[in-house]
Design a protein around this ligand. Structure first.
Ligand code: SF4
Length: 496
């Protein structure tokens, strides 16, 4: 961009500012000269970037769980830093990158559908290259090329940080190429991300892989053995996210309770959370994916006494029947799981509990299902996710005898979810009249805002609906619960 172009941009910005000056609502809390500098600089860089990237646009689709979101955010940062233009219209992008999920059949189907759609766009001539990354690439590897004809590159998990280089190579190559390492044995550095989530909350992944061998699960085969991210790296990443505006960090891993074991750190998760609590400007720390058998007294005490750790735990329990748990290769027993719930509730009276269950595991009888149903009624979880069992190739459970017919799985799933719905609705009703601190997630022009109290994890749980909200997204406000709407709470702002 020449100095002449820069001056032209500057003049255009001046005109825009003059117009904006007439609008009373325009205020950034900065002197106008400063705003002018910022916008001019923005235009300058935007102009340079647009020129550099004029011919290369990248459309990005992120599928799957929060762990995959972190990988997507890292790839997006690499792509942007390399000078490509990330477009909101993937159907018309030069290159489409799909970060896939390969965990269970429906996730695989969703990923394959997205890939086929991108390949169709390529055949229609609106897209030039299709690159497939993520868990499905790692799981199916070169087989993906035969699964969907037209893919240009398959990128394994270990090649995540090379995505920009791979895009460049793919653009100049006619040959479909697989970029796959042998199974990764280190953790990745997840700093420098282009957040998909709103800037006021983010995921903080503390480890990679899993050392458990649940008989239904493909994750250890896809993501390798458990590797803790060094504490210094986790803390640096957390500080980076907070300085970029995050007030809530959601701690994720395949099993967060296992943190530090491979590094020979005792009470790794509790110690890590205590360090995270020291970060100024961080308000909420939320623990997700806790393996029930590893939740000990020290961790419960950390949750009870912590100042920033929210009283919310996500503990996937999968089942309650002893025989099924054993066949799942889970170390829990019904007694231990029930005791854990009791201990958590007596130590942390306002604890909000979420769990995940699997319905229709091979051999699950009506009786065993009813036992699970009774457990759900007794435990009264605040939130519950339930999945039908899928026989995934390569897992022990896929070849087990007595597979449950699909129709029965579906009936059981519906019955269980209806039972849980009654529990969740009753719990919501009990909250009417109570006061809650809410984090505002977004606000529309009418002042309607979805927000969350500590018992609602982002993108997975219900929300608080705030009418006439005068705060901005990312702010905490005091509210009163005035009603319910399905799984959501209707709240009124009391003060900011
Ligand atoms: S703990 Fe979770 S990720 Fe690990 S094997 Fe079991 S279900 Fe899979």
């Amino acid at each position: 961009m020449s100095p002449k172009d820069y001056i032209a941009y500057f003049l255009i910005v001046n005109l825009i500012l003059k117009e904006l000056g007439k609008n009373k609502s325009f205020s950034l809390g900065l002197p106008k000269s400063k705003i002018l500098d910022h916008i001019a600089l923005f235009c300058y860089f935007h102009g340079v970037m647009a020129k550099k990237q004029k011919s290369i646009t990248v459309g990005f689709t992120s599928l799957g769980c929060p762990k995959n979101v972190v990988d997507s955010e890292r790839m997006l940062a690499e792509i942007a830093q390399a000078g490509f233009l990330i477009t909101a219209e993937p159907d018309n992008a030069d290159v489409v990158v799909i970060n896939t999920c390969g965990f269970i059949a429906p996730a695989k189907a969703e990923s394959l559908e997205a890939i086929r759609h991108a390949v169709d766009c390529k055949l229609n001539g609106t897209v030039k290259k299709v690159i497939v990354a993520g868990c499905l690439s790692e799981r199916l590897r070169e087989q993906l090329f035969t699964e969907v004809d037209g893919i240009n590159a398959v990128v394994g998990l270990g090649q995540r940080d090379n995505i920009a280089r791979i895009i460049k190579k793919t653009l100049s190559s006619a040959q479909p190429t697989a970029y796959l390492n042998r199974r990764p044995h280190t953790t990745s550095d997840d700093r420098t991300r282009l957040l998909i989530t709103p800037s006021h909350w983010a995921y903080l992944r503390i480890s990679e892989g899993c050392n458990h061998r649940c008989s239904f699960c493909t994750i250890p085969a896809i993501r390798g053995p458990f590797r803790s991210k060094p504490k210094e790296l986790v803390l640096a990443e957390a500080a980076e996210l907070v300085s970029a505006g995050a007030v809530e960090l959601n701690i994720i891993a395949q099993d967060t309770t296992y943190y530090g074991r491979d590094l020979k750190i005792k009470n790794g998760l509790a110690a890590l959370v205590s360090e995270l609590e020291k970060i100024t400007d961080l308000a909420w720390i939320r623990l997700m994916y806790l393996y029930p058998a590893e939740i000990d007294a020290r961790l419960i005490e950390t949750v009870a006494k912590g100042e920033k750790i929210v009283h919310y735990l996500d503990i996937p329990m999968q089942h309650i029947n002893g025989k099924i748990l054993k066949a799942m290769r889970r170390p829990d027993t019904k007694d231990r799981l029930c005791r854990l719930i009791e201990n958590l509730r007596s130590a942390v009276s306002d604890i909000v509990l979420r769990t995940t269950l699997i319905i229709g595991f091979p051999g699950e009888t009506d009786r065993q299902f009813n036992e699970l149903l009774d457990f759900v009624k007794w435990a009264e979880f605040d939130a519950l996710g339930c999945f039908k069992f899928y026989p995934e190739s390569g897992t022990g459970a896929a070849d087990m005898p007595d597979q449950v017919p699909e129709k029965i799985k579906q009936q059981r799933l519906e019955e269980l979810m209806l039972t849980q719905q009654k529990i969740a609705f009753a719990k919501n009703k009990n909250r009417i009249g109570s006061e809650l601190t809410c984090l505002v997630d977004s606000v529309d022009s009418e002042g309607l805002a979805p927000g969350r109290f500590y018992g609602q994890a982002p993108d997975i749980d219900s929300v608080c609906i705030i009418k006439n909200c005068s705060a901005s997204s990312g702010q905490f406000i005091n509210t009163k619960v005035v009603g319910t709407e399905d799984y959501d709470l209707l709240v009124e702002q009391i003060s900011s």
